[in-house]
Design a protein around this ligand. Structure first.
Ligand code: GLU
Length: 421
């Protein structure tokens, strides 16, 4: 996975450009625009950790809370060496739009720790995660801010955070403080696959609109982590053929088709998708430019830029990652009639099932997987059609259309609530 920091593009500037463009388009009041350009609160913490070799290492962590007009802040926590405060701020703003589009009663938040989890032991990771949870414990809570997994975090880390929070805040179990937990401690069935499932629903709906026969469609997936794997598997179940994929260690292609279940097994066994049977290797640029029907960027920010957007031949770009396309690239793709299903719509399935998990926890209920998946399908299908209709009505790209839907909702809530004092 290439390094977003090396691209020289600041994700928060990207988020602000998107906000500026759409604010102008809908004639948003200058003051409200300014209000939304700033996160409500950004916390930076130092996280001292006893390392296995006896030394103390101090990590830096963040939690950005962008807007809570519609409900408590909501959004994941990422562990990555290239995390920056501006990246976390951008991601928290995108969460505000994402929750509004998915029609769930949350605002936007995001957290991160600058660290390289692949080079840390489980013990070091646990101590770091618990100390981070302690550091943000006063600003998170079941009705304040509900974190979740993101890049290189998962159920294990969520369990540590839930446990730490529960122990230090009254010493009773509070599963509703965090989502994406393991099933045994209040996680929801269907949450693990939810981002990919939501994405596959948006692809299904887009294919209907564009008259694409999914049985003839070919798919390229950049990034084979949680979102990429399940996105690939679930579009494959619609009949499409996966022809190329990548992960942080390399890119592979096989035009005859790659079976996602067997590629996942290979990755579990060897630690990467490289050297997968009967595949050839290619570069990251070649991967993005591979002729295909559907391109799924599922890695990090700033992958599709003005430098390579013109060479993308896909009919649909469905963003499983957050922020993979820059504003200049968006313009090129729109001119070239590539339908971009933007992150804030395409990957909203994750936070939607997080909402279902939170509801189940608050009510101490357990829903069946079918109930979760059916409700997810209804939410995402409705979100897609609201955005698609807006894109036709305003003759604009799907990202701007998504943001029109989101901004109208958030701004309405701000106006109705009023500004205190
Ligand atoms: N990190 C995921 C996202 O970017 C999930 C957030 C959540 O479930 O709160 O949408």
């Amino acid at each position: 996975m290439s390094n977003p920091a090396n691209s020289g593009i600041n994700p928060f500037e990207v988020a602000l450009t998107q906000l500026d463009e759409v604010s102008t388009l809908i004639g948003l009041d200058k003051g409200l625009h300014e209000f939304l350009a700033h996160p409500k609160r950004v916390l930076t913490i130092s996280i001292p950790v006893k390392m296995d070799n006896g030394t103390i290492k101090v990590f830096t962590g963040f939690r950005s809370q962008h807007n809570d007009a519609l409900g408590p802040f909501k959004g994941g926590i990422r562990f990555h060496p290239q995390v920056t405060i501006d990246e976390v701020k951008a991601l928290s703003m995108w969460m505000t739009w994402k929750c509004a589009i998915a029609n769930i009663p949350f605002g936007g938040g995001k957290g991160g720790i600058i660290c390289d989890p692949k080079r840390m032991s489980v013990g070091e990771l646990e101590r770091m995660t618990r100390r981070y949870a302690y550091g943000i414990s006063d600003i998170i809570g079941p009705y304040k801010d509900i974190p979740a997994p993101d890049v290189y975090t998962g159920g294990r880390e969520m369990a540590w955070i839930m446990d730490t929070f529960s122990v230090i805040k009254g010493n009773y179990i509070q599963p509703e403080v965090i989502t994406g937990k393991p099933i045994q401690i209040g996680g929801s069935l269907g949450r693990n696959e939810a981002t990919g499932r939501g994405l596959s629903i948006t692809v299904r709906e887009a294919a209907k609109k564009l008259n694409i026969d999914m049985k003839k469609a070919t798919v390229v997936v950049q990034g084979f982590g949680n979102a990429g794997q399940f996105s690939a598997q679930l579009v494959e179940e619609q009949g499409a053929k996966i022809i190329a994929a990548s992960d942080s260690k390399g890119c592979i292609i096989n035009k005859n088709g790659i079976n996602t279940a067997s590629l996942r097994k290979h990755k579990e066994k060897t630690g990467s998708i490289s050297n997968y049977e009967s595949s050839q290797t290619l570069s990251n640029d070649e991967l993005l430019q591979t002729e295909c029907t559907i391109l799924i960027p599922a890695a990090l920010e700033n992958q599709i830029t003005k430098g390579n957007a013109g060479k993308i031949s896909a009919k649909i770009v469905a963003e499983a990652a957050n922020g993979p396309t820059t504003p200049e690239a968006d313009k090129i793709l729109f001119e070239n009639k590539v339908l971009v299903i933007p992150d804030i719509l395409a990957n909203g399935g994750g936070v939607t099932v997080s909402y279902f998990e939170w509801l189940q926890n608050l009510r101490r209920e357990y829903w069946t997987e079918k109930e979760v998946n059916d409700r997810l399908d209804t939410n995402i299908t409705n979100a897609f059609s609201r955005v698609y209709d807006t894109h036709i009505k305003h003759n604009t790209d799907m990202r701007k259309a998504s943001m029109i839907v989101a901004l109208n909702k958030v701004v309405d809530a701000i106006k109705i609530r009023g500004l205190w004092p």
